[in-house]
Write a protein that binds this ligand. Structure first.
Ligand code: ATP
Ligand code: MG
Length: 339
């Protein structure tokens, strides 16, 4: 479809290339992306420059995972004929927009961002936070606005970052005296934050508490077996708690049978349903979800040249779109032009 007649709302979202994607990505974002790729004009960003903001000591990891994340996209059903997949570091307009936007946000505002505060704590940076890391919400604002996206399907942790983006949008629009940039809305699913298998608040690549989309059947079995339930639920006959019970949070995210799930919850609360039975049910669901993904992924991974072609083509398209936004903004700000 040519861009001049494509009136679908625009989606921009993406993932840091820090490791293969996991069930948290699936629940938080990938599932929506697959569902929306026809009704929306969708761009997916392999965020390698953002990944460098806390991995400057290991650029090889960031490089290696570009294709890994692309394999995951294709394996879950992202269709490259419907969705444009592109590489952040191949789009220089994003870096240039970031540089411009940095002048429209204060350091104290960045330091107050709740997502950044949590992430700084998790990474143990304290005062030694890399400047690039502190400023990545500005780079993310550049990504979203460069594509003129209005919809951003993300997990709950990203909500403050979309708010930060919209603040920058309003600030710039005020500066140039018209709505040159558009505000975006976070689209967060019912289970917006999948906990780690260790029960920690968020399943995350960098916390080592994830079930990856390419996990083997044995890895899935093992992860479910180790999962945290209700520590007070010792015998099957004891009444159990659903809240904070990781196994049920996973069932909320991945079960398609709402009625069966409600029945299980009811029996668990009342007493009479053992952890082993609930875990077996979850394991069946996860094995059935991941088997076809694993199989498709292996097929793409056997053809890296083909996948590279998809990224090249997508990045060319994205380059055109992001450069158009940059040119418009430079003109609106009245920057000096040499032509
Ligand atoms: P890293 O630890 O390197 O930051 P990550 O696992 O947090 O990796 P990101 O690439 O930062 O993954 O996140 C990409 C997208 O996936 C974001 O939209 C984020 O909200 C979503 N996401 C990541 N983890 C989860 C989770 N546990 N639950 C729901 N959504 C998630
Ligand atoms: Mg993250």
């Amino acid at each position: 479809m040519s861009s001049s007649i494509d009136t679908r709302p625009v989606i921009l979202t993406g993932d840091r290339t820090t490791g293969p994607l996991h069930l948290g990505h699936y629940a938080g974002s990938l599932k929506s992306r697959v569902a929306l790729q026809r009704s929306h004009r969708q761009f997916l960003l392999l965020a390698d420059t953002q990944a460098l903001t806390d991995n400057a000591h290991d650029p090889e990891k960031v490089r290696r995972n570009v294709l890994e994340v692309a394999f995951d996209y294709l394996a879950v059903g992202i269709d490259p004929l419907e969705t444009t997949i592109c590489l952040q570091s191949a789009l220089p307009a994003l870096a240039e927009l970031t540089l411009l936007y940095l002048n429209f946000v204060t350091v104290s505002r960045l330091e107050r961002n709740p997502t950044i505060k949590t992430e700084i704590q998790l990474r143990g940076f304290e005062r030694d936070v890399p400047a690039g890391f502190l400023c990545y919400p500005v780079a993310q604002a550049a990504d979203i606005t460069a594509f003129r996206a209005t919809v951003v399907p993300v997990g709950e942790d990203q909500a403050p970052l979309i708010e930060q983006t919209n603040e920058i949008v309003r600030r710039l629009n005020r500066q140039v005296g018209r709505d040159i940039l558009v505000e975006a809305e976070a689209m967060i699913p019912a289970v917006g934050r999948l906990p780690g298998v260790d029960g920690k608040a968020k399943m995350s690549k960098s916390q080592g508490n994830a079930i990856s989309l390419s996990a083997s059947p044995d890895e899935i079995t093992d992860a479910v077996r180790r999962m945290y339930t209700d520590p007070a639920h010792l015998r099957a006959s004891d009444p159990g708690k659903i809240e904070g019970n990781v196994v049920f949070t996973y069932l909320d995210a991945f079960s398609d049978d709402g009625q069966l799930l409600e029945d299980l919850k009811e029996r668990y609360r009342r007493g009479g349903l053992g952890d082993i039975t609930v875990k077996r049910h979850l394991e069946d669901i996860l094995q059935a979800l991941l088997a076809p993904i694993r199989e498709r992924r292996a097929r793409y991974a056997a053809e890296p040249g083909h996948v590279l072609g998809i990224l090249r083509e997508g990045s060319l398209k994205a380059r055109e779109r992001t450069e158009a936004t940059l040119a418009e903004l430079r003109a609106a700000l009245g920057l000096f032009t040499l032509t």
